[in-house]
Design a protein around this ligand. Sequence first.
Ligand SMILES: *[C@@H]1O[C@H](CO)[C@@H](O)[C@H](O)[C@H]1NC(C)=O
Ligand SMILES: *[C@@H]1O[C@H](CO)[C@@H](O)[C@H](O)[C@H]1NC(C)=O
Length: 292
Amino acid sequence: MAAHLSLIFLSLSALLVCCSTGAIAGRSVEEQLQQLNENYMEMKELLAAKNRRLEALEALEVEVMEQKSLVAALQQSGTQVAAANRQVTSAVPRSCADLKCKGETISGLYSIMGAKSVEMVYCDFSKATYEAGFQKWLGYVDVKSVPTYFYVQKNNTYTTLSGPIPFELEVVNIGGAMNSASGIFTAPRPGTYFFAFTGEIRFTGPIPSVVAAVVGLQLNGIKVGSSHATDSNTSTSTYSQLALQSILNLKAGDQVSVTIDFLNNAIVYDNPYQHFNHFTGMLLEENLAGLI
Ligand SMILES: *[C@@H]1O[C@H](CO)[C@@H](O)[C@H](O)[C@H]1NC(C)=O
Ligand SMILES: *[C@@H]1O[C@H](CO)[C@@H](O)[C@H](O)[C@H]1NC(C)=O
């Protein structure tokens, strides 16, 4: 019996020893409760901190959403403002100030509309509109709504006194304003044009005689310039040059041609190999007023 009891005692001791390795082994219930309470408080504090962080995150999220909608609203109103600006300033820009109103902000070279032509200016948008150097005028921009220039030649001798001289060879006719078959140039646009005619006159005798030739530059059938060659007692192989140069201000539709106005014992001489007679013309400067 004693041996039996001691066995139970040993078993209990072993159990106690075993239990003493646990956290609350050997503490009173009060102590254990205290510990639990402390743990609970600690957990509560941790949870509260986590909760605060969560709330802060949520607040941030709300803020981000607000910023996003603000950006979207700004973008929309920016587009509306730009559209409104375009509407207000659809007028052709005539200065750097106009360009600034249109929303240009980058300094640089800009084309603006002048009285009759496009002009180039340097706009310095880092300066105020009223400051010196805000706009610097550079020059004219060579804008031609219709590029116009031609060079035609004659192939054969010509002696007809009435009407424009036709030209058989069309070397260049950009813009197609020159009708070489009829010899009539029709101005496609108002502007300043240059024309030049060089002719070859052959005096045909008989000897002795006075020889003469006159060619005229016609604007809408009215002579605006002439060239005259004359001689006397010449052989039949005497030649002379005629030349006409002019700069004319033309309206759209104005017609320019060269005519033979007088021939006395003379011909406008040419052949298919040499082309002595030349007529050229070009638009120097177009009057763009009223185009836009
Ligand atoms: C042309 O020749 C004739 C006869 O030879 C002569 O009478 C006349 O004076 C000459 N005319 C001129 C302008 O040289
Ligand atoms: C120029 O004249 C030559 C000889 O008469 C002819 O063969 C040629 O076709 C002519 N060219 C033009 C463009 O009229």
